[in-house]
Design a protein around this ligand. Structure first.
Ligand SMILES: [Zn+2]
Length: 299
């Protein structure tokens, strides 16, 4: 710890204690702050435990392996209702609706032995001064990271899944800011345009378009990804997530990225730098699954 004195440490703890003592676990989990993630373990012990996320990913250190390809069930089918996006004070999020087939999109393959239903999407970002992806790839942090959170269909609730090591699968997409957006990405365009309506805490907005979950992946190469076992990156930091982080980084226009920076938290402060610092990768196995470029036969 880096506190100048034990006195200062207890002072900070006491400031936060009333939040922790009087709130239900669900409510408490919503009251964490990015001001000092080093304090999280005092209220959420798993945040100080092992198998935490995010971590630094490296093509040189990862184990190259041909994992089963990820399979994206119903990802290209339209949702049967419009999205309801919300500024929850920590991020912008929305619950994933069911598709026109009555089920939510689902994921399997990669490290997954079961089917995982897409439940929610949210983002992590930095500020004009700091890049804010959570994972780093080959020593670089990027500008934005999108998480598509999936829950194992074996479990009936988030609470139940948080207590099982195979509870969740998160797909992560990193973004890099570009001067002009040469690639029109319709789904992402709807999401980024909506941010201007979500400035204040608890604001909600419904983009007027029927989207698919797949449209949020743009034309990303879905074959190449890092995969490892980690945790939720927000309290309670449960070590129950199979992470799949795409190697390809998508572009985001320099007109869209700043739309994240104008959001505000529950205290009306700018909602910036909502990413957790890198955690130790310990002796964990990190895999890099890459599909051969083509079945091209050299003759
Ligand atoms: Zn996240």
């Amino acid at each position: 710890m880096n506190f100048q004195s034990i006195g200062e440490f207890y002072q900070r703890l006491l400031v936060l204690l009333p939040f922790a003592a009087n709130l239900l676990p669900e409510e408490r989990a919503r009251r964490f702050s990015y001001d000092d993630p080093k304090l999280w373990p005092y209220f959420y012990p798993q945040c100080g435990g092992s198998t935490q996320s995010p971590i630094a990913l490296s093509a040189l250190k990862a184990i190259p392996i041909g994992l089963a390809p990820l399979q994206f069930g119903l990802y290209e089918e339209p949702f049967d209702e419009l999205l309801n996006m919300r500024n929850n004070g920590h991020t912008v999020e929305f619950s994933v609706p069911t598709t026109v087939f009555g089920e939510r999109p689902y994921l399997t393959g990669g490290l997954l032995r079961d089917f995982y239903e897409a439940m929610a999407v949210h983002f992590h970002w930095g500020s004009a001064l700091r890049k804010g992806s959570e994972h780093a790839i080959n020593g670089r942090r990027y500008d934005l990271e999108m998480h598509i959170v999936h829950r194992n269909t074996k479990y009936a609730s988030d609470e139940e899944a948080r207590n099982q090591t195979d509870g969740f699968a998160v797909l992560a997409v990193l973004f890099k800011v570009v001067r002009h957006n040469y690639y029109y990405q319709p789904g992402l365009h709807e999401i980024f345009s909506s941010l201007l309506h979500l400035g204040d805490f608890n604001r909600t907005y419904t983009p007027p378009a029927f989207l698919t979950l797949g449209s949020l992946l743009g034309n990303l190469n879905r074959d190449n990804f890092y995969a490892y076992k980690g945790s939720l990156t927000t309290p309670p930091c449960s070590p129950v997530v199979s992470w799949h982080v795409f190697s390809e980084v998508l572009p985001i226009s320099d007109l869209d990225l700043p739309k994240f920076w104008q959001l505000r938290d529950r205290r009306g402060r700018p909602l910036l730098n909502n990413f957790r610092p890198l955690q130790s990768s310990e002796a964990r196995q990190v895999f890099l699954s890459q599909r051969p470029i083509a079945d091209y036969v050299w003759t």
